[in-house]
Design a protein around this ligand. Structure first.
Ligand code: HEC
Length: 171
């Protein structure tokens, strides 16, 4: 008898806890799901050990004068972190892509990060970067070399908008 009572009291107590908990859930507004990836220096560290998805050599008309060193000596390597691929034509938030370009007397490392969260919705929310070999984002005369339409007068995003899959040429 005593044992049964203890058990039923326990059950009541448990039920009360569940009730309080569910009331609490009802009161709270659901947390907004923010899906944004803001890259920093650490994000690009070790880019040369990511998946090398393509190596291109020589001139390419679609490069025009951009990415510099668009000549017969240029070697361009494209790396993607964690082998990210487009899903229904769009890369997931957090996708990181690096392009290493080397030609006679010139080297440049550019990068893109899928930032998401309405960073630049009319251009699929990519952020563009110029980085150093150690992955740090270049600071040129106090200007941090990152952005979309705001970086180099929108030069990067302007040309990448012509790529067939989500602003990325190399799929
Ligand atoms: C005039 C066109 C043009 C401009 C401007 C341009 N890119 Fe590119 N970019 C390309 C092409 C074409 C490729 C494909 C790889 C190749 O042929 O070298 C590419 C490749 C890349 C890649 C590898 C992913 C991909 O799309 O294949 C990154 C990262 C990148 N560019 C970043 C940048 C950044 C950052 C800037 C601005 C500083 C920039 N690009 C400016 C044309 C351009």
């Amino acid at each position: 008898m005593k044992k049964t009572k203890t058990i039923s009291m326990l059950a009541v107590a448990l039920l009360a806890m569940v009730f309080v908990q569910s009331c609490k859930d009802d009161e709270e507004d659901p947390e907004p799901t923010v899906n944004e990836f803001v890259a920093d220096d650490a994000s690009f560290a070790g880019w040369d050990s990511w998946d090398l998805i393509d190596t291109k050599e020589g001139e390419d008309p679609s490069l025009a004068g951009a990415h510099a060193g668009n000549d017969s000596t240029s070697i361009r390597k494209i790396y993607v972190k964690d082998a990210q691929k487009p899903v229904d034509g769009m890369y997931p938030v957090g996708t990181l892509v690096v392009k290493h370009m080397k030609s006679d007397g010139m080297e440049m490392i550019t990068a893109m990060a899928k930032r998401g969260n309405g960073f630049d919705p009319s251009n699929n929310d990519w952020e563009y970067f110029v980085i150093m070999a150690d992955g740090k984002i270049v600071v040129d005369n106090g200007t941090v070399m990152r952005g979309s339409t705001g970086l180099m007068n929108g030069m990067c995003v302007g040309c990448h908008s012509k790529a067939t899959t989500d602003y990325i040429f190399t799929n």
